[in-house]
Design a binder for this molecule. Structure first.
Ligand SMILES: C[S@@+](CC[C@H](N)C(=O)[O-])C[C@H]1O[C@@H](n2cnc3c(N)ncnc32)[C@H](O)[C@@H]1O
Length: 276
């Protein structure tokens, strides 16, 4: 499977058909209750996100978020006092993110743009940001290096921070997908994309190692920190009903050991870099 040949319209229509985390709450979409529950569930299942994003650190700063989805992190940057420019290719995700900003009275702090990040400068005025943040996005675009190129050429200055999360190839999740697909390692990229998201059949999902993500970020940045996080431990049959029961093989494991395992074979490869 060649992800580079996937038309961007296919990526857009996948995320429009089911915006990321849209079912994180059973409440009516667009209500405060819905957004509060979405946020609670996201940071309950992925508690490393607030630690990685460091929302409070960006108070009074300018943040560019690429691939904001329905805006969970976006709102938290704005709530912490940042001025946020949030971009996504998905019209449906942006509708919900915009509504979220309205519900929490944060419209004045967030500018939303519908844009393909591979051609970002055609949509978003070129100017340097203090932080460029992109969580779980770049690996879903057919040409991830074009997004980095856009960031490097148009949206950072010396001293700007880049924080990205991409999926980790050497992870429990990839092992689990291989088991589920009866070891079809010769179709690895295809089966990873098939199972990487809540909804099957994501058109593009690249995975990276600590080395290849450095190559992706490329010249002009110094990597300050990179680490892996996140193993999803819950039974899916319960999780979809908003119940959180761990699979038996995680249940017996002491929390400390589980955390250690997440740090070596977690699914989220989180990288912080600084523009030289
Ligand atoms: C897994 S979701 C992550 C959303 C959000 N960052 C979060 O953590 O909830 C991936 C998002 O990336 C967006 N995306 C994928 N390719 C994109 C591109 N080329 N330009 C802009 N957004 C893109 C999708 O529309 C989707 O909202």
């Amino acid at each position: 499977m060649n992800f580079r040949e996937v038309p961007i319209e296919k990526v857009k229509s996948f995320w429009d058909s089911r915006p990321c985390n849209i079912r994180h709450s059973p409440a009516q979409i667009g209500t405060k209750e819905y957004f509060d529950q979405v946020e609670w569930r996201k940071y309950f299942v992925e508690p490393h996100i607030p630690k990685f994003a460091q929302f409070e650190k960006w108070k009074g700063k300018r943040v560019l978020e690429i691939g904001c989805g329905i805006g969970t992190d976006t709102i938290n940057f704005a709530r912490a006092g940042a001025f946020v420019t949030a971009v996504d290719i998905s019209t449906e995700s942006l509708k919900i993110a915009r509504k979220r900003a309205e519900v929490f009275g944060l419209q004045d702090r967030i500018s939303f743009y519908e844009a393909d990040a591979e051609r970002l400068s055609e949509f978003v005025p070129a100017e340097p940001f203090d932080l460029v943040y992109s969580f779980g996005v770049i690996h879903h675009s057919p040409h991830p290096e074009k997004i980095i190129e856009q960031i490097r050429n148009f949206y950072v200055k010396s001293g700007s921070t880049l924080k990205i999360m991409v999926y980790n190839r050497y992870s429990w999740k990839v092992f689990w997908i291989l088991v589920k697909e009866k070891g079809k390692f010769w179709k690895l990229d295809e089966i990873i994309a098939k199972h990487s998201e809540a909804q099957t059949g994501c058109p593009v999902t690249y995975t990276y190692t600590k080395k290849t993500v450095e190559e992706l970020i490329g010249d002009g940045f110094i990597i300050e920190e990179k680490h892996v996080e996140h193993i999803f431990p819950y039974k899916i049959s319960k999780y979809v009903k908003y119940e959180y029961e761990k699979n038996w093989y995680w249940r017996w494991m002491p929390e400390k050991f589980f955390r250690k395992l997440e740090k070596s074979i977690g699914w989220h490869l989180c990288v912080t870099a600084k523009k030289i």
